[in-house]
Design a protein around this ligand. Structure first.
Ligand code: IMP
Ligand code: MG
Length: 188
């Protein structure tokens, strides 16, 4: 394969099928309730849009933006809220929607923060998880796919803000991951 993609780990159809399954499971678990989906910007946007449209329970959408101090590929665990929720979540059923749980430090902070607002329930739905990288214990009720210990892009996930719009999950070539423009970089 030429261009910036070294390997496709999850293809478009496989993604869609798994999102369907997760939506079914969540709709069953929250039957009769109303959900607040809290998306973590920006990585969760594509996943959340697809998931939300497949839910059969009523839901509202809200977003948080956080930045973690550290390098672009490593989380430090020190998290700053750049954009907070627009809505109150006290007494409501909240589901955090994340693109990927890596060290788990970002999510651990978010869970602690949202718990202080006294939601009726608080759970996590992550499209991807990298268990080998975990540095803290996290209970994630809904998970799409387990990833190897590799940096992945696509379907919302970025490398330096690029590759989010790919409709599959992939690993970059060493050149692309080093930021060296390839022959297909103009596609992105
Ligand atoms: P954590 O705090 O280490 O769990 O980091 C979580 C955040 O880091 C995710 O929400 C992503 O934005 C980013 N991240 C972690 N691993 C990857 C990856 O393989 N590709 C793209 N972004 C990643
Ligand atoms: Mg990111």
């Amino acid at each position: 394969m030429s261009g910036p993609i070294a390997e496709v780990l999850v293809g478009r159809e496989e993604l869609a099928a798994r999102v369907d399954e997760l939506a079914e499971q969540i709709s069953r678990d929250y039957e009769g309730e109303e959900l607040v989906l809290v998306g973590v910007l920006k990585g969760a946007v594509f996943f959340m849009a697809d998931l939300a449209r497949r839910l059969t329970v009523p839901c509202t959408l809200d977003f948080m933006a956080v930045s973690s101090y550290g390098s672009s590929t490593d989380s430090s665990g020190v998290v700053r809220i750049l954009k907070d929720l627009d809505t109150e979540i006290e007494g409501r059923h909240v589901l955090i929607v994340e693109d990927i749980i890596d060290s788990g430090l970002t999510l651990s902070y978010l869970l602690k923060n949202l718990r202080t607002r006294r939601p009726a329930s608080l759970e996590v739905c992550a499209l991807l998880t990298k268990p080998a990288r975990r540095r803290t214990h996290i209970t994630c009720k809904y998970t799409g796919f387990e990833m190897p210990n590799k940096f992945v892009v696509g379907y919302g996930l970025d490398f330096a803000e690029r590759y989010r719009t790919l409709d599959y999950i992939a690993v970059l070539t060493p050149d692309a991951a080093a930021g060296i423009p390839g022959e297909q970089s103009s596609l992105l």
